[in-house]
Design a protein. Structure first.
Length: 286
């Protein structure tokens, strides 16, 4: 089981130089195995620095990170091993495609894990299925495909390693609405079928509200909110004050309250907004 435990994590870039900058400061959080977590915060709030510590891409200035009870920075072997357990998908991962064929790109990670040819093939086909990559594309060059297809191939390459923790930094950045929906459905499917922990950094509050069961909010290097979507988005004024938007249903509900409608504070999905408005209408007609 891949529980993540972060204790007093801090990271300072260019420490002891004129360019010193504190990126994250005294972060304490535990993420149980299998949880779907959304990370939100304005640009420069510390989100990306935080997730790069989860698979030892960055070394903490201070603090500890445990995955499955093991200190991931204990030694070189620990730092290497955690990369198979916690996989990070950067923004625009399609820019990292480099193999001659789609199949080879998806197979790259499993091959480097030392798996047999049969196991590699099984994982490639499984990951392609998760991400909606048609096997007819396997022998094509990934560079010939559309942006959305490239993104799915890149994510499939990470899923093929079957990480216990899948971390994605703005996985829908730059995609059209249809492409965004497909990618998020693929990620949701992967989590449901594997039971993996999924952590998504997103600027899209609607996506975070719809998918995540827990929201972490970063502001000026610190973790300032941690709760369910209902708990976090019931404080829209606080989110707006730190420079964040809120889900569209939350914004609409705020405006309706200003106009005198008695709506619940915890509206963050279209379904909740519709239900609340219908209840008011029924009460008025009763």
């Amino acid at each position: 089981m891949s529980e993540i435990r972060v204790e007093h994590l801090s990271h300072i870039y260019s420490q002891d130089t004129p360019f010193e900058k504190t990126a994250i400061e005294d972060i304490n959080v535990t993420i149980p195995h299998g949880q779907f977590v959304g990370l939100i915060g304005h640009t420069g709030s510390g989100k990306s620095t935080f997730i790069q510590h989860l698979n030892a891409l960055l070394t903490p200035t201070d603090g500890k990170i445990y995955v499955g009870g093991k200190d991931i920075n204990a030694d070189k072997k620990s730092r290497r091993d955690v990369k198979w357990e916690v996989s990070l998908v950067f923004q625009y991962p399609e820019y990292q495609l480099f193999e001659e064929t789609v199949y080879a790109d998806i197979a790259f990670g499993p091959k480097n894990m030392g798996l047999s040819e049969k196991e590699v093939d099984e994982r490639v086909r499984e990951a392609a299925s998760f991400t909606g990559v048609d096997e007819e594309l396997f022998q094509k060059s990934p560079l010939e495909l559309s942006g959305g297809q490239k993104r799915r191939i890149a994510i499939a390459g990470v899923m093929a390693m079957r990480p216990g923790v899948l971390v994605l930094d703005e996985p829908t950045a730059g995609l059209d609405p249809a492409g965004c929906s497909q990618i998020l459905d693929n990620i949701k499917k992967y989590r449901e079928l594997t039971g993996a922990t999924v952590i998504i950094v997103s600027h899209n509050m609607d996506d975070a509200a719809r998918l995540a069961e827990r929201i972490l909010v970063f502001d000026h290097s610190r973790l300032v909110m941690d709760g369910t979507p209902e708990e976090v988005f019931s404080k829209p004024e606080e989110l707006i004050e730190i420079g964040l938007s809120v889900p569209r249903p939350t914004a609409i509900a705020m405006e309706l309250r200003k106009r005198g409608l008695q709506l619940p504070d915890s509206i963050y999905t279209h379904e909740q907004l519709k239900e609340a408005v219908l209840k008011l209408r029924e009460a008025k007609n009763a």
